[in-house]
Design a binder for this molecule. Sequence first.
Ligand SMILES: Nc1ncnc2c1ncn2[C@@H]1O[C@H](COP(=O)(O)OP(=O)(O)O)[C@@H](O)[C@H]1O
Ligand code: SF4
Ligand SMILES: [Mg+2]
Length: 327
Amino acid sequence: MQKILEIENLSVNYPVSSGLFNETKEYIHALNHVSLDIYKGEVLGLVGESGCGKSTLGKAVLRLITPEGRVLFENKNIMDFDKKEIKAFRKNAQLIFQNPFSSLNPRMTIKEILREPLVVHGIRDKKIIDEKIKNILNMTGLNEETLTRYPHEFSGGQRQRIAIARALILRPEFLVADEPVSALDVSIQAQIVKLLLELKEKMQLTILFVSHDLGVVKYISDRIAVMYLGEIVEIAPAEELFKNPKHPYTKALISAVPTVGEKRNIESIKLEGDLPSPKNPPRACKFHTRCPYAMEICKQESPKNIAFSKNHFAKCHLYDTGILREN
Ligand SMILES: Nc1ncnc2c1ncn2[C@@H]1O[C@H](COP(=O)(O)OP(=O)(O)O)[C@@H](O)[C@H]1O
Ligand code: SF4
Ligand SMILES: [Mg+2]
């Protein structure tokens, strides 16, 4: 399989000031040495509790923030791009956010919103613009009457369709969808997830789909990466992750997803307490403060990335001691 994105040893530390006179400089360790490949045409789900660094990773791979480490997009390091290359990259790699209302300019009509990215990227011919707008409306299930109206006239689901249309009108290859359905009613969530899957097929998109909700990620992802305090603790094909989760944190997230009728064969783990502060994260295995299996070694040494199959990896000491190897 061809890689579209290679993320190598990516870290982001946000500086923050505190104290009465802002005299204390601290860092929020939002992303810690993350390495990950994304393959052409796949949906990679990225899941973890709020605050664990998902949006930071999404922004870093689009060069909206500057991380340490390397991100190769189609074999080129995006950190080395010159102005022209950045512009081409912006056309090719797009972002949609959780809140479709705040991301759409309230003073622009839908037509102006959809036209803007085309004009920015040098498309001036009115006929071509109209053609592209008509085409993307079709693909996103919107009609032409939409064009003269303003964002506030639409429901949350419709606004997210408009945001998707705007992100895809330039025909990018890669899309970061950051909690795209989290602000929507459950009944609407399924429609938008379905739309993204359809568009992925039609446009041969690659999608990094970010969500705190494993139940949502399950339906759209080919593979799922589980993140905890800035680290990927497990990654596997979606079905494999649900059937055969290895990391206790993954098991806890799965335990929290409601089941309808079906019975799960994995042990249930209840997640206790809050996410520790990324300013001062626990050392070694960062999950040790909440893990029901924590052992002495978990507080002393970071677990290695263990391969369970060609594309299933997890970081947990339970497996290097062999205790639960076959579990
Ligand atoms: N611009 C920023 N400046 C300082 N801290 C930030 C900034 N953006 C995010 N953070 C912090 O980094 C951590 C990870 O945030 P984020 O990537 O948004 O997580 P998620 O998307 O998983 O909720 C959080 O503790 C958050 O408060
Ligand atoms: S390394 Fe230890 S603390 Fe971390 S998840 Fe595994 S058993 Fe739990
Ligand atoms: Mg986020």
